[in-house]
Design a protein around this ligand. Structure first.
Ligand code: NDP
Ligand code: HSE
Length: 425
């Protein structure tokens, strides 16, 4: 089996290393010898994390996708700019493609999967969601008897690493992000990690596979972790919660919810204790009930594990040409985020003047919202009071009305932080 790789960075380098290290067991599983013959990179003179002595390197990626000896192309460059045409060319040339690129799939997956089916080749992408965790194979194969009701997961390693370090070591956001970049976890543009775009790409892929729908990345409500402060983390701890960046997809009648946002979850939930670069996805199926998938969400060899599993599937011909694991797809409406019900956390800074709390609670009362928990910290040097509130389960529109009313009031001193609070089952 002759393999051509596009990109020999963190993931591409990891793939070459694992293919070398486990060559014997891969041969025993497949009966063939896997050989990386050609790799396309940006700069052939760069140092690599893998031995490239027996691989021809090229700065022209089209050499890889057009090479007559290449049976399978591994697209491990990232982004959509150069990769869309490269993947299309490989498919049209009759080559199977494996990619770790969730941006490419979320944005162009519907057309690319169709093109692969038309050309009778496979397009596999286990590594695109939750790094090394075989969550796509679990949904497509292990859980295929179930009607999936919901899934909720930590699917961005960089974001989880940042939140964990901020909580455990009181570290600065920017400083931890720099470390995640050095460790090879972050996207080439790390705003994808911290603004939730990467998690939204992944959630749209998981939801399409779980519910048998088209990919609908543009419908995912997306909020990142960049506005989470150490104050939020401390309040959450005091209230018995942990803040995690979650992707949540739920079936509600004939529609689905898809949202990605920082979320307060009970500190005793298993997923609240998934730390560092680790990812976890909780899936609720009607037959199995709830099951949890946990493992490294990023990193060279962890991600290579998923890429190579797809390669072994192709060699062993285990995956047929379904559309995201289904023979037919449903058209499913995605529910507008404003219509979603949740409990909410609010953090406020108000002036310390007599009667402020009465005015504040009146705003909640006017929206028929009940306060479930309340903390007020001692007044600071500027004579402001720091407050954190948890509401009962309410409509998103109500909490946005409350935020607008508080921000327009004479006692408000800063913008109001709003975060979801979820009970996962
Ligand atoms: P890197 O930046 O480490 O590697 C990218 C590779 O692509 C480099 O080898 C680079 O070449 C090469 N490259 C970039 N542009 C071109 C081009 N125009 N032509 C040819 N080669 C090019 O990225 P990662 O390995 O981290 O990520 C690769 C993919 O895997 C992305 O889609 C990412 O989202 C995904 N992914 C990453 C994970 C991780 O832990 N890092 C985990 C799961 C998925 P050169 O080395 O010469 O600069
Ligand atoms: N940047 C991504 C993350 C890589 O941190 O999760 C894995 O997809």
């Amino acid at each position: 089996m002759k393999v051509g790789i596009l990109g020999l960075g963190t993931v591409g380098g990891g793939v070459v290393n694992v293919l070398r290290k486990n060559a014997d067991s891969i041969k025993r599983r497949t009966g063939v010898k896997v050989k990386v013959v050609l790799a396309g990179v940006r700069d052939v003179s760069q140092d690599r994390i893998c031995d490239t002595s027996d691989i021809t390197l090229t700065e022209d990626p089209y050499e890889v996708v057009n090479h007559k000896d290449v049976d399978v192309v591994l697209e491990l460059i990232g982004g959509t700019e150069v990769t869309k045409d490269l993947v299309e060319t490989a498919i049209k040339n009759g080559k199977h493609v494996i990619t770790a690129n969730k941006a490419l799939l979320a944005e162009h997956g519907n057309e690319l999967i169709q093109l692969a089916n038309q050309n009778k080749v496979r397009l596999l992408f286990e590594a695109s969601v939750a790094g090394g965790i075989p969550i796509i194979k679990s949904l497509e194969q292990g859980l295929s008897a179930n009607k999936i009701e919901s899934l909720a997961g930590i699917v961005n390693g960089t974001g989880n690493f940042i939140l964990t370090e901020m909580k455990e070591k009181d570290r600065d956001f920017a400083d931890v992000l720099k470390e995640a970049q050095m460790l090879g976890y972050a996207e080439a543009d790390p705003t994808y990690d911290v603004e939730g775009i990467d998690a939204a790409h992944k959630l749209s892929i998981l939801a399409a596979i779980a519910f048998g729908t088209e990919l609908q990345f543009d419908k995912v409500y997306t909020k990142g972790i960049s506005e989470i402060t150490t104050e939020d983390i401390k309040y959450a701890t005091e209230l018995g919660y942990v803040i995690k960046h979650l992707g949540i997809a739920k079936r509600v009648g004939n529609s689905i919810e898809m949202r990605v946002h920082p979320t307060l979850i009970d500190k005793d939930q298993i997923i609240a204790n998934v730390n560092g670069v680790m990812n976890a996805v909780l899936v609720k199926g009607d037959a199995l009930g709830t099951s949890l998938y946990y493992g490294a969400g990023a990193g060279d060899e962890a991600t290579a594990s998923a890429v190579i599993a797809d390669l072994i599937d192709i060699i062993n011909n285990q995956t047929s040409n379904h559309i995201l694991g289904w023979k037919s797809q449903e058209k499913t409406k995605v529910i507008d985020n404003n219509l979603i019900n949740s409990e909410f956390y609010l953090r406020l800074l108000v002036s310390d003047v007599s009667g402020v709390l009465a005015k504040l609670t009146q705003i909640f009362h006017d929206q028929k919202v009940s306060i479930e928990a309340f903390i007020q910290k001692k007044v600071d040097v500027d004579n402001n009071a720091h407050i954190a509130i948890i509401t009962n389960k309410i409509n998103t529109k109500n909490v946005m009305n409350i935020k607008a009313k508080i921000e327009a009031s004479d006692f408000n001193q800063d913008s109001v932080q709003i975060l979801h609070v979820e009970t996962l089952d």
